[in-house]
Design a binder for this molecule. Structure first.
Ligand SMILES: Nc1nc2c(ncn2[C@@H]2O[C@H](COP(=O)(O)OP(=O)(O)OP(=O)(O)O)[C@@H](O)[C@H]2O)c(=O)[nH]1
Length: 420
């Protein structure tokens, strides 16, 4: 690269900055000046020094030879100098072309072996591609010539979703205004219809005509994205049942209470505990207990609406969040679940089957608590009451005396039909 620049400087130096006409005129001027001075003064000097006519004739002849010799020598020197310059210039230009070709070859090898595709495009509504590298076909399924100038399809049509396209345009615009490079992540629909995730890094540059264009690379990050999604799922799911884990259930409850407050709606929390679960473990073994946990979790999930949230809080304790449910609906739902679980026999791997019952505590926002902690405490206490009252039942939480009361004031009701 550095030697290439040095060559360029040498070429500039060798190729005289003055134009050829000026240079020719300058040479002619020097020649005319020298010739005029010679013609004007040499004869007189010779006549002065050699007054005898015989000698004068001889000297005049030699003077003519001398003139021819001198001008010939000058012409030889000038021509030689120029030819040498021309030869050096040609050699340098040749080297420069070689270096340029080598760089182009390296660049094209680099482009073609990029894991994704390099591009140059217009910043317009179609992301009109002006150039894409060979990697385009691997990434999108389209050949470069199909994408360039929107010949088969504009790149914008590959971006999954109008709103995502708008979001990307906004992000690029913001980066251009700050004169910074941009990084984008978005889903892309390949030619075969498969959706992949890509990461793009680019920047705005001016092309030779002064028009703003974008240049950058696009890489397939589907594997990384899948791994991220998997890790995200692992972080929020209970590994045994696949239900939301305690942390995620708590977070979702927070969100639901906030939503209920914002829109002035009610919502309910069911606190569920399996009855005498220890006996199942003790009688049939821990693996059978796991099997019962998984089957009952599935049953609970399948028996609620898609908007409801089922989470495992720990051990054989489950929480169900029921958005937009009032006291009556929540109690009915809890009762339906209790009956369904109690009516279902769960087959074990050893051929035997078990029947399980559940105790359920129900608390409803805002009647039994105005924040997640109070709601949970109220539902937990109601469930504890269900246990002490004989299990396999639904108990509603107690209404607090005032909204200011702490969780300690929330006492569960004594009867499963109490709707305080
Ligand atoms: N198999 C299995 N058992 C679990 C798991 N988590 C907790 N348990 C068991 O669940 C049982 C809970 O027992 P307890 O708290 O005494 O309650 P219970 O036997 O259900 O009785 P009550 O709740 O009073 O009706 C214990 O034996 C735990 O070992 C699990 O992931 N798998």
């Amino acid at each position: 690269m550095a030697s290439f620049d040095v060559d360029k400087r040498r070429v500039r130096r060798l190729s005289d900055q003055r134009g050829p006409v000026r240079r020719a005129l300058w040479a002619a001027f020097i020649y005319v000046l020298f010739g005029t001075v010679w013609v004007a003064f040499s004869d007189r000097l010779v006549e002065h020094w050699f007054p005898a006519s015989d000698a004068l004739t001889v000297v005049q002849t030699w003077k003519g030879f001398l003139f021819v010799l001198l001008t010939g020598a000058v012409l030889f020197a000038v021509t030689l100098r120029q030819l040498n310059k021309d030869r050096k210039l040609l050699r340098l230009q040749h080297n420069q072309r070689q270096a340029l070709r080598k760089r182009e070859r390296q660049l094209s090898v680099l482009m073609d072996n990029l894991p994704g595709m390099a591009y140059r495009c217009r910043f317009d509504e179609y992301w009109t591609m002006l150039f894409v590298s060979q990697g385009c076909e691997r990434l999108t399924g389209y050949r470069p010539e199909e994408l360039v100038n929107n010949r088969s399809v504009p790149f914008a049509d590959l971006i999954a979703g109008e709103d995502i396209n708008e979001q990307l345009t906004g992000d690029v615009q913001a980066a251009l205004e700050k004169e910074e490079p941009f990084s984008l992540e978005y889903p892309l629909i390949r030619k075969d219809g498969r959706e992949i995730w890509v990461w793009e890094r680019g920047r705005g540059v001016e092309d030779d005509g002064g028009e703003l264009v974008l240049e950058g690379i696009v890489l397939d990050i589907s594997d990384r994205k899948a791994l991220e999604d998997e890790l995200e799922e692992l972080a929020i799911r209970d590994p045994l049942t696949g239900l939301f884990n305690r942390r995620e259930t708590t977070r979702l409850l927070d969100e639901e209470v906030k939503r209920a407050k914002r829109y002035g709606r009610s919502m309910a929390v069911l606190w569920i505990d399996f009855d005498h679960f220890k006996e199942i473990n003790d009688t049939h073994g821990h693996a059978a207990g796991d099997r019962v946990l998984v089957s009952t979790s599935q049953l609970l999930s399948e028996s609620v609406r898609s908007v409801d949230i089922v989470g495992r809080f720990g051990g054989e304790e489950f929480v169900i969040i029921l958005p937009e449910m009032d006291v009556r609906e929540a109690q009915e739902t809890a009762e339906r679940l209790r009956q369904k679980v109690g009516d279902t026999r769960i087959s074990l791997d050893n051929g035997e089957s078990v029947r399980l019952t559940i105790s359920v505590g129900v608390a409803v926002y805002p009647e039994h608590g105005i924040d997640p902690a109070r709601l949970c405490a109220a539902a937990d206490r109601a469930m504890y009451s269900a246990k002490t009252e004989g299990r396999n039942r639904v108990v509603m939480a107690v209404r607090p005396m005032s909204a200011e009361e702490t969780t300690d004031t929330l006492e569960p009701s004594a009867s499963n039909n109490d709707k305080r």
